[in-house]
Design a binder for this molecule. Sequence first.
Ligand code: GRF
Length: 204
Amino acid sequence: MSNQICLAILASGNGTNLQAFIDAIDNGHLDAQIAVVLSDQPDAYALTRARQADIPHKYIGKGDYPSREAFEMELVEMIKKSKADLVILAGFMRILSVSFLSHFRGRVMNIHPSLLPAFRGLDAQKQALDYGVKVTGCTVHFVDEGMDTGPIILQAVVPVLKGDTRDQLAQRIQQKEHQIFPEAVRLFQQKSLKIEGRRVKISD
Ligand code: GRF
């Protein structure tokens, strides 16, 4: 019997991570279906990618709701309606409240462009360059109420090269993101991930 899982993907920008999921599903690496793509930005290229791949998609603008709670409730409704098993934050540039997360406990994943717990928050690539680290990378983690603090699932290391610009480094980090994010979801789909306290145990 198929164990296929259903994903809701939230994205605010270009959507290269969304594309990595579309490709991983197409090439058989990931047994999943993208039920819906939601964006808080009307011009997000992620929405175009969803349309091109025939995936249901919707712009939900925070400004169209009287409060953050109302905006998040709409997101919750849309995700529940889609019957998604897992919520994927693929470059979703909003912090979600505890109340939002309470609807999807242990079922929200994020990708962050650093080796957490280093360089949380915005522009982690620039933070890494400014700090002078010699390696950085990316992290897939479950989302908790903190900013980039949830239990870590997978990480990949990217060397900082001499003369790297922020964008060159960001691009090399993204290539790794596109590998480890679908892989983390594959592990979830195979029921190989178990959250124990703040650690994620991965079974074979
Ligand atoms: C990624 O670099 C990710 O680490 C960060 O947002 C970016 C999204 O890129 N959270 P894209 O929209 O998937 O191309």
